[in-house]
Design a protein around this ligand. Structure first.
Ligand SMILES: *Cc1c(COP(=O)(O)O)cnc(C)c1O
Length: 433
């Protein structure tokens, strides 16, 4: 597989290089040189296959000879070892539940597959590899679990002390082994700032190979194409060409993957880009002007992003396919309406959470009478239990998956540091020596 840097087309890399490196020169995103196209016949037979075999087939088509079909199959088996049910909540709308992985959000798909593939690609690093990431909750947990106990690799995750929920902290700060967690006296921006400094620090760069495993990584993106096929495969045959998919969006990696699935032949009728009031993209699609505002905190906090880092890939795809960006549906939903929507969905007998509710609202409002809607369920409601209870005005009963109940009993293993960079540098050197 060859990829080019969107900002500088002459920079071309292999899949392994893109996986390892994340970004290209000038922070440019990598994009596939060739976009696979499946015929209608191939699509129909793909939709007959099971999730694992189909995903391996799709990924092999993208990745090509760099990884053997068998290694890809074993990566997929290890990574996607949880269910992806499509649950109808009324006769026209279903939720594709992407939150049954180890950390209960769709981010498990990308992180798990990326970790498995990193084990397989042939890289000869002369320095220890460190996956270094800042998190406001979900990403860190998914990355920590995905890279847990992978040999020759350290995972270091920074998070704002006291600013993530107990469940979130227990989820990824109790692992130990090659996963080190650091609570920082500051907010998420302070953590992100420290991570950026680390990537630029000459001492660290001389001694270590740093990789951020964030949502711009091509490995994470490819993984997400697979569940769009899985959602379609669970629909009755005659419904397959009427499908509208609403995607709760923050950095727009999820929607990028959906559009790539459509580009290679999955017959999705249209997509709806759903945001909270951090609505740079909906305003852009409305007015043609790109005008990010300062980021605002909302109920759907994993979507509190005002400069979505995957957006340039979406523009590149539309450009390459000579399609108009105007084909995208869009909309934004504020907290008051999100709260009301969580109640509306509960009235249908389904427990949701703020991210899924944002997408459901727009899907419900924009779906035509002859269409069928799928809303991506990106997080498990148990992760937002207190908030959902406040929205519904009552206590709710949701059982934690068994493994999490066990994990809640374990002690937090985090290091604590101030906001000072030199204390982070010393700690990283100590952990990795
Ligand atoms: C990360 C996240 C999103 C946003 O996904 P993007 O790919 O960044 O658009 C939506 N919902 C949840 C629960 C998330 O964790």
């Amino acid at each position: 597989m060859k990829l080019y840097n969107i900002k500088e087309h002459s920079e071309q890399v292999t899949f392994s290089k893109a996986l390892l490196q994340g970004l290209g020169k000038d922070q440019g995103l990598f994009f596939p040189v060739d976009l696979p196209k499946f015929s209608t016949f191939e699509i129909n037979s793909l939709l007959e296959m099971n999730f694992i075999e189909r995903s391996a087939y799709i990924l092999s088509t993208y990745i090509g000879s760099e990884l053997s079909k068998n290694s890809i199959l074993s990566c997929v088996k290890n990574a996607f070892n949880f269910s992806v049910p499509l649950v109808f909540i009324n006769d026209k709308i279903a939720i594709l539940e992407l939150f049954h992985g180890p950390t209960l959000s769709f981010k498990d798909f990308g992180s798990q597959l990326m970790a498995q593939m990193l084990k397989k690609v042939d890289y000869q690093l002369k320095k220890p590899m460190v996956i270094l990431t800042a998190t406001s909750g979900d990403t860190g947990a998914a990355v920590a679990h995905a890279f847990f106990e992978i040999s020759n690799l350290h995972v270091i995750i920074l998070y704002p002390r006291g600013k993530i929920s107990v469940l979130q902290e227990k989820l990824f700060c109790t692992l130990g082994s090659n996963v080190s967690t650091i609570s920082v006296d500051g907010d998420f921006d302070a953590c992100q700032c420290l991570v950026k400094q680390a990537f630029l620090d000459s001492t660290l760069r001389q001694t270590l190979y740093l990789n951020s495993a964030n949502s711009i990584n091509i490995g994470r993106l490819l993984a997400q194409i697979c569940y769009y096929f899985e959602g379609m495969s669970q629909l009755p045959y005659q419904m397959r060409n009427k499908l509208v998919i609403a995607v709760p969006s923050g950095n727009f990696g999820n929607l990028t993957a959906g559009l790539l699935a459509q580009s290679c032949g999955l017959p999705v009728k249209r997509f709806i880009a759903a945001t909270n009031i951090n609505d740079t993209v909906p305003r852009f699609l409305q007015s043609g002007y790109w005008e990010p505002h300062p980021t605002v905190a909302t109920f759907s906090n994993a979507m509190d992003v005002s400069v979505p880092n995957n957006w340039p890939r979406i523009e590149e795809l539309f450009l390459r396919e000579k399609r108009s960006i105007k084909e995208l549906g869009y909309g934004s939903v504020n907290d008051t309406l999100t709260e009301k929507t969580i109640q509306d969905i509960a009235d249908l007998g389904y427990l949701s959470e703020p991210h899924t509710a944002v997408a459901y609202r727009l899907l419900y409002d924009q779906l035509d009478s002859d269409e069928l809607g799928v809303c991506l369920g990106t997080a498990h409601p148990v992760k937002f239990k207190e908030l959902v209870e406040r929205c519904l005005g009552k206590q709710i009963q949701i059982v934690l998956p068994d493994l999490l109940t066990e994990r809640m009993k374990l002690p937090i293993l985090s290091y604590e540091i101030s906001r000072c960079f030199s204390s982070l540098r010393n700690l990283i050197l100590r952990i990795t020596s």
